[in-house]
Structures are given as C-alpha cells and as structure tokens.
Design a protein. Sequence first.
Length: 381
Amino acid sequence: MSISTKFFRPFLISLFSILLLGNTETFAQSVTLYTPYVKVSAPPGESLSYSVDVKNKGSERADVNLYVSGLPAGWTYEIRSGKWNVKELAILPGEKKSITLKLNIPYKVRKGTHRITLVGGDYKLPLYIVVSKQGNYETEFTCKQNNMQGHAKANFTFSTELKNVTGERQRYALQARAPRGWEVKFKPNYKQATSVEIEPNQKVNMSIEVKPPYNVKAGTYKIPVAALNNNTSSELTLEVVITGTYEMELTTPTGVLSTHITAGDEKNLKLIVKNTGSSVLENIKLRSSNPRNWEVTFDPKEIKALEPGKVEEVTAKVKAYEKAIAGDYVLKITASTTETNAKAAFRITVETSMLTGWLGILIILLAIGAIYYLFRKYGRR
C-alpha cells in the first residue's frame, strides 16, 4: 500500500462520517411538532385532548416515532391519527400530518404544574398542565339540607347525592348509625336498597327516609349515614329536631268507666292521667260536667307538670243528689292544658237506699193494715 493511499483512506472515512452526521442532523431538524395549547389548566380526573401538527420540512421521507416522556405516575395517554392509535408516522417531504394526543389526569394527583414531553423522532415538544386542586381517590356524599324539624310522628326525607370521584366502578354499602328505635331507609333512584353501584365520575341521587320511634322525646338527634367499600368511603351527618307532641289519656286504673252509687251518698272515683305525648304537660286542670244537683271535687285539683310517659293519679269525689231517681246517669270529666285535653264519660247507676226501701215496705204494710181494719169494722154493715 502506498503512502498516499495510507493517508487518503482515513481522510475519506472521516469525510463520509461528517457528511453522514450532517445529514442526520438535518433530518433531526426537519421534523417539527406544533400545538397552540402548550400550557393548560385542568381539575383532577379530567381528560385533555391536544391537536398536534407533525411536519416534515426535509427533502426526504421521515419515519417519526411518537411517544410521551416524563409522564407522572397514574397518568395515561394515547396518540391517534384518524381512527388509528399510532406509534410511528411516515411523512413525505413537505407534508404535514395531524395527530391527537389524549391525556388522562387521574383523580389522585398533586396540585400544581406538571411537565410532560411529546416526542416525535428527535423533536421534543414540552407541555405544561396546571392541576387546579389537590386530587384524591374519594367519594363525595352531600345533602342540600341536612337539618329538618318536625313533631314526633312526622317522617323526614332528606335528598342526597352520592358521587364516585374515582377512576373505577364502585359498589357502596349504605349504612346508618341511628339512635335506638329510629328507622332509616336508603332509596337510590327512588328504590329502597342497602347498596348501590356507581360508574367512574358518575353520581346517584338518593333519598333517605328517617322515621323516629314512638314517643320520642323532644330534642335534637344526629343520624350519621355512610357509603363505603374497601377502597373508599364517605360519611354524612343528618340532623332531626323533634319539637314534641302534646297528648294525654284520661281513664281509670282498671279501664272500667262505670260504677254504682246510692242517692245522696258519696263515692271516690280513682282516675289516671297519662302523658302519651313526647313533651312535658304543665298545669293540667280537671273539670266535670255533672248531672243536675250532683257535686264533684278533685284531689288534686291541678297537676303542675307531667313528664312524657308518666302517670298521675287523681281522686274524683262524687256526691249524688239525695233525691235522684234510680237509673243511669252520665258524668263527664275533662283533663286539659293549653296544648291538649283528654275526656272520659262515666256511667253511674243510682240505686235506692235501704232506708227508703224499708220505708216503702212499711208504708205498703200500713196501707194493707188500714184496709183490713176498715174492712173488719165496716164490712158487716
């Protein structure tokens, strides 16, 4: 090998390498990516769609690999051109292709600015997404009005909304921790159920019916309700204000509302006043509607206060008219407060006294004796 050849061959190799690298650099710069939306703001769970132009400015066909780098954990994407998901495009010189980058932001995401890079060949297009709030893998359970007021016999219906703010379908168990005796019914989409299934980022309108127990006392009651599963849960506290009811009952210890009495005599009737409502009854007064010339007094005359469910015993002293004719009489007694009253009607049978009976017999005997005497004395004439 000659000296000239020995030195000329490396020179040709070096020149060829320079030319080749120069062509590669030219190719690298010939492909560009463009979108006007390089910085956008979006909430957690949002799907963003970028329209991107891929242009070949070179003089030869360019085969462009397409992918996204710097993607945060949990984020997903796809690149489409027309109806196809694409990973590589072949673009002729001077030609421009349009692609769509779909970017899915997860629900569990950090608030702030996130940078990703769309790569096409050797060209890199940085994109910035500003997540507007801190995202979580959560469930939202809300109620427009979680406080209601009514009496003890009322039914309370709350309108709520349950939203699945996750990226997966969720099946929720519906539970309530109500005070003892309270009844709670869940009705998602107006049908009673103990569980409900919700698609990602979807919601269900649900009514919750609350029924207080019998004779519940006036006051404020909290009823925690929850929608939960192994992945996520949410709780909501409902509040019911019971204003109370005013009711009472007037009867006797045995429930019998009839008795006997002798004309002119006195008799004690044992009465029971019971608070069957849910509020305290105050200043209960007793009065009577008597048969003519009868007398009725009460001991005590007034009950100062009677708690719900409690009983107070009252004695009614009844004196029948001394000239009352034997038969049935009606005595009406009323227990009343400002808010309510209770009435009881007693049937009282008046009987003739023993003295009156014997006097009647004696008069009959005297009449018979007088007739006999007159018959003996004047009968023979």
